[in-house]
Design a protein around this ligand. Structure first.
Ligand code: NAD
Length: 214
């Protein structure tokens, strides 16, 4: 496949290029904060950049009319409305977390949430490397949305941590903890590769990564 990356020079952009080139895919378009370079029109564009780049991402997808896999965090409701608009013409796969483990964790959270009543406390903690700009993480927000109530969120920015998320459910006398930790960026890039390969066969529309896994 011929693909493009927005956020090409970033930590995720570089990890994506490494895995995609191992899989035999060809990088033909790239963009970062220093500008863009196009060798050929890509069949799919992958965006792992920052919210600041989002207006450019929308422009590029409108111009090229190619599918989009987007993992950039920090997006708000207005940005999601723009993704919905793009999805009328092309397939869009969006997730704040492309790891398989976090998607399993999401299913477990929904299950546990059915068993605990309003008397239980629920709090989410996340730890990421010192360079991560948004806080709380997109994943913490995504997990919080599954709980159907406001929950406290705690964020740490430490060293080179790839991403740790923990959800505590506690009543007087007991605590149940669900936890996921990414040991490497491969946790995310494998899901991005799977999404980019599948998106070529999808009709226009908005898809979550969990739908792709099903
Ligand atoms: P990074 O800071 O290393 O890289 C950011 C990239 O975006 C750089 O290439 C930078 O040049 C580019 N950029 C910044 N401003 C830009 C602009 N205005 N126009 C064009 N490009 C611009 O960040 P990272 O660690 O690679 O993470 C990238 C994004 O991916 C973040 O939003 C992060 O939270 C997210 N992320 C998502 C997942 C997931 O599974 N969804 C996993 C890890 C990281």
């Amino acid at each position: 496949m011929k693909y493009g990356i927005i956020g090409y020079s970033g930590r995720m952009g570089q990890a994506i290029e490494e895995l995609f080139s191992e899989a035999g895919h060809e990088l033909v378009y790239q963009m970062d904060e220093n500008g863009e370079k196009e060798i050929e029109k890509p069949e799919v564009v992958i965006d792992f950049s920052l919210k600041e780049a989002f207006a450019d991402t929308v422009r590029v997808i409108k111009e090229k009319e190619v599918p989009l896999v987007i993992g950039t965090t920090g997006l708000d409701d207005t940005d999601f409305a723009k993704l919905d608009e793009l999805a009328e013409k092309v397939a869009v796969i969006q997730s704040f977390n492309f790891s398989i483990g976090i998607n399993i964790l999401s299913e477990l959270i929904k299950k546990v949430n059915k068993y605990v009543d309003r008397d239980w406390d629920i709090e989410i903690s996340e730890t990421h490397h010192r360079f991560k700009k948004d806080k709380p993480s997109g994943t913490a927000i995504m997990l919080g949305d599954l709980l159907e109530r406001d929950v406290e969120m705690h964020s740490k920015r430490l060293g080179s941590e790839f991403g740790e998320h923990e959800v505590d459910f506690a009543s007087i006398g007991e605590v149940l903890t669900l936890k996921h930790r990414a040991y490497s960026r491969k946790a995310f890039t494998q899901g991005v590769l799977l999404s980019a390969e599948k998106i070529l066969d999808l009709e226009p529309g908005f898809y979550s990564f969990s739908e792709i896994l099903k």
